[in-house]
Design a protein around this ligand. Structure first.
Ligand SMILES: [Zn+2]
Length: 504
């Protein structure tokens, strides 16, 4: 499309990383996946693709891709890496500006070493300070992020994912761009209201395909279509981080009226709070041995089994071999695929041994997030390489790193030099494993990501130990704002206590 001269230039930036404070290791420079201006249109980039679709369809608007950074979830981001990304982002906005508007694609659960502030807040505040109060900023977030009064204040409009497992990143980016264009074209000054809701909601108990999250998220479009409202959204929050800002949040942005935004958000928050006891694991769950046995004895195929305590897409390290060791003792006939174990030294030894050769390895010697084990097994190296090449953009993409596929008795296992999120059939195919032909597949996830959900005949979530384990009452808390459900049973609360935002 040929753009007119009176073009509305909109800069696109973002730092979208989910971090788990208790996870060992850090997200440093070498974990980052950086997208420069020319990369934004290569493949289907998370949320950015929706932003581009909306801006490209607007005759007067020009999308100006600047810089977007992501990484596989992990421990906190290093100060050095964060400063580098923030500095480059601000520099690009300054050099290529002025812009009529800015769109920011973040996650909402970013934590940085030594930064005693929510890092998404720090990032957006820095952009706000640079561009001034008059330039609208639209922010797109994952629903597993947190909100703060400062972040809300620095933002003009917000769009947040409405599905978990996530299937609507494109729509979310589209909505963020659409709202920003409405602000720019009409000159409205949106009013925002939010309620911090004291609930810990790990993603697995708030999947939007099951109640009560399903009805709550479905109701958002009806708030958003009410006269005078731009959007209503819900953040479930990132429940594992022991931070004062960890909680669920309801947010409503109206076109003009602070009173309307407040009334709507109090209503929405009240409805979420009323359902608090209904949020629970509703998928099939089992302790490790029981779940593996159930998978082996059922008639469906393929069965996907998730090692939820070591969920790399929530930030866990992927280092634990407890499920693999349990599977070795399982009495059954079929083959079990166990994919995505982080073990850099083991990978190197296996690659050194060479394909077609067997060596002895010790399972659990590279555990970092839980106690080590030393179980010796003989592993036949079947495949491997210095990099694992995956086609196209993958949400939760991992850096390409060395990997090896081995056979240990009836188990086909894959080890990786860096943590990896096995989220698509393509991950298996890339390692020479059929994603559907085997009976059981064990992955380091909580809920199944969409492309695996679509091919699985059955899913069993293992209540395994690890930094992403799902029993919140077993974690230790020091800085979390209390009281909070479900740690503080029988607490009373009403939405007015958590209300913040524009006063008028
Ligand atoms: Zn998420």
């Amino acid at each position: 499309m040929i753009k007119l001269h009176n073009t509305i230039r909109i800069g696109i930036v973002g730092l979208s990383i989910e971090t788990m404070l208790s996870s060992p290791g850090v997200i440093g420079m070498d974990s980052l996946q950086e997208y420069g201006a020319k990369d934004f249109r290569q493949g289907e980039v998370w949320m950015v693709r929706g932003i581009l679709a909306r801006l490209d369809a607007e005759p007067d608007a020009l999308a100006v891709p600047l810089y977007w950074v992501t990484a596989l979830p992990g421990g906190p981001m290093t100060t050095k890496a964060y400063r580098a990304v923030k500095t480059k982002t601000l520099q690009l906005i300054e050099e290529q500006g002025p812009f009529e508007g800015i769109l920011v694609v973040n996650h909402g659960a970013l934590e940085v070493e030594g930064l005693d502030q929510d890092a998404d807040t720090d990032f957006v505040l820095a952009i706000r300070q640079l561009v001034g109060e008059s330039v609208p900023i639209g922010v797109a977030l994952d629903l597993h992020g947190d909100m703060t009064p400062e972040l809300l204040n620095a933002t003009t409009v917000l769009s947040i994912l409405r599905t978990a497992p996530h299937r609507d990143d494109k729509e979310t980016g589209y909505r963020a761009a659409d709202q920003l264009l409405e602000v720019l074209k009409t000159g409205i000054q949106p009013k925002k209201a939010a309620v911090r809701i004291p609930i810990l909601l790990p993603g697995e108990i708030a999947v939007t395909t099951a109640e009560p999250a399903k009805a709550l998220y479905n109701s958002l479009s009806s708030y958003s279509t009410k006269e005078g409202v731009l959007e209503a959204n819900i953040l479930t929050g990132f429940a594992w981080n022991d931070r004062p800002w960890t909680s669920a949040t309801a947010i409503v942005v109206s076109k003009r009226s602070a009173e309307l935004a407040r009334a709507m958000v109090l209503d929405l928050a009240g409805r979420i709070w009323a359902e608090r006891k209904e949020f629970r694991l509703q998928m099939e769950t089992a302790e490790v041995n029981e779940g593996l046995a159930r998978a082996a004895n059922c008639s469906e195929k393929p069965v996907f089994v998730s090692d939820s305590g070591d969920n790399t897409t929530a930030g866990a390290a992927g280092d634990l071999t407890f499920v693999l060791q349990a599977a070795l003792d399982l009495k059954q006939n079929g083959e079990i695929v166990i994919a995505g174990i982080t073990a850099p030294t083991t990978v190197q030894r296996l690659l050194d041994a060479g394909i077609g050769n067997s060596i002895e390895i010790e399972l659990g010697l590279e555990h970092v997030s839980r106690h080590k084990t030393r179980r010796k097994v003989t592993a036949l190296v079947e495949a491997g390489g210095k990099e694992l090449h995956l086609l196209g953009f993958q949400p939760y993409r991992s850096k390409e790193s060395a990997w090896a596929r081995v056979r240990i008795g009836k188990i086909i296992a894959t080890f990786h030099a860096q943590a990896i999120g096995i989220t698509t059939p393509n991950h298996f195919s890339a390692m020479g494993i059929s994603p559907t032909a085997h009976k059981i597949y064990v992955v380091k996830l909580g809920y199944l990501h969409p492309q695996l959900e679509d091919i699985s005949a059955r899913h069993i979530l293992l209540l395994s130990d690890g930094t992403s384990q799902l029993d919140m009452t077993r974690l230790s808390w020091a800085r979390l704002a209390r009281p909070i459900h479900p740690l503080d049973q029988n607490m009373t609360w009403n939405p007015h206590e958590g209300l913040y935002g524009d006063k008028a």
